[in-house]
Design a protein around this ligand. Structure first.
Ligand SMILES: Nc1ncnc2c1ncn2[C@@H]1O[C@H](COP(=O)(O)OP(=O)(O)OP(=O)(O)O)[C@@H](O)[C@H]1O
Ligand SMILES: O=P(O)(O)OC[C@H]1O[C@H](OP(=O)(O)OP(=O)(O)O)[C@H](O)[C@@H]1O
Ligand SMILES: [Mg+2]
Length: 285
């Protein structure tokens, strides 16, 4: 039987969340990451555990059909590869930073200066866009230490909380791009496997949509229902069921995670009681 080959980071920041989302879309993987390859029990799929930085080439060569990978790595090494789904985890920025005492305010101010980075193609792309040149020092890790040891005037690296920059006496002066984990596909993907990717995408969307929302159940006196319904954005109109207690109803709806606390406050102010909030596993639309 034909199987879809999907690459997942072997170990590192993407590994656990990648395996978690595969599990949430109902795919059971047989072996652990100690083996380089594992099969799914209930979907025609093989998982290849690889280095994040090696994945773009495997996609280009068609060694794997699809991959869960950091968008920043695709931009650096596989600009031509297709992103089919954004997965909402491993969010970070790729930014330019300089020592706190530096007068540089953006990449342009680093013209003719030394920039240390693991993302040379990305930096070059932006240098070209600005019409300037700089001397790139390509290093594979601990980039933030480069200015302190006199290797560079600035750096380009991943920033998330900013604590690595802070600890190294650096400040962020320009965000080049925002990144998150994505599902990307090979340009050599066959039409049969394209169909399997489509099935994964359908499942991923329903899980991601579920993560974005909460299911809310509440009780309210019937004369307050009109006001409460106006507050609830809901998927459609909310479900209303009569309670055993005369003149009261139970109301069920879906609320977006981002509006959640504001909506709950409003509901309470308008007479809602016994509010229950549940996570949603899947939202199939
Ligand atoms: N501090 C961070 N916060 C959030 N996401 C991050 C952070 N650092 C890296 N990432 C994201 O996670 C991905 C994997 O990072 P990680 O450090 O685990 O791998 P790596 O060492 O760059 O790659 P490899 O698997 O090739 O060794 C990065 O490409 C980026 O998309
Ligand atoms: O803004 P922060 O939250 O501090 O995160 C940024 C740091 O995280 C990543 O390193 P990581 O911890 O993955 O180590 P690595 O260099 O060994 O990959 C990245 O390379 C930065 O150094
Ligand atoms: Mg890292």
């Amino acid at each position: 039987m034909r199987k879809l080959k999907i690459a997942v980071q072997k170990s590192g920041r993407l590994h656990d969340d990648s395996m978690k989302i595969l599990k949430e879309i109902g795919i059971s993987i047989d072996n652990g990451k100690d083996q380089l390859k594992a099969s799914a029990r209930n979907f025609p799929l093989e998982v290849f555990y690889l280095r994040n930085g090696d994945i773009p080439q495997y996609l280009k060569d068609g060694v794997v059909d699809a991959a869960i990978i950091g968008e920043n790595v695709l931009i650096e090494k596989g600009n031509d590869l297709n992103i089919v789904e954004r997965l909402g985890f491993s969010k970070c920025k790729v930014s330019i930073a300089v020592p706190k005492s530096s007068k540089a305010k953006n990449l342009k101010d680093l013209a003719g200066k030394r920039i240390a980075t693991s993302y040379p193609n990305t930096v070059n792309q932006f240098l070209q866009r600005e019409g300037i040149e700089a001397n790139l020092h390509i290093i594979n890790g601990s980039v933030e230490i480069a200015p302190n040891i006199g290797l560079a005037d600035g750096i380009c690296d991943i920033v998330s909380s900013g604590s690595t920059l802070f600890k190294n006496g650096l400040k962020e002066i320009q965000v080049l791009l925002n990144s998150e984990a994505v599902l990307a596909t090979s340009p050599l993907l066959s039409s049969e496997n394209q169909e399997l990717v489509g099935k994964l995408q359908f499942r991923l969307r329903s899980v991601l949509k579920g993560r974005q929302n909460k299911y809310v159940l509440l009780n309210a006196p019937n004369d307050k229902l009109d006001a409460i319904i106006k507050i609830l954005p809901g998927m459609n109109s909310p479900t209303i069921l009569p309670l055993a207690k005369e003149g009261w109803s139970s109301l069920h709806s879906v609320i977006n995670k981002n509006d959640f606390w504001n909506v709950i406050d409003e509901l309470k102010l308008n007479g809602a009681e016994g509010i229950l909030v549940c996570p949603i596993e899947n939202m199939v639309l």
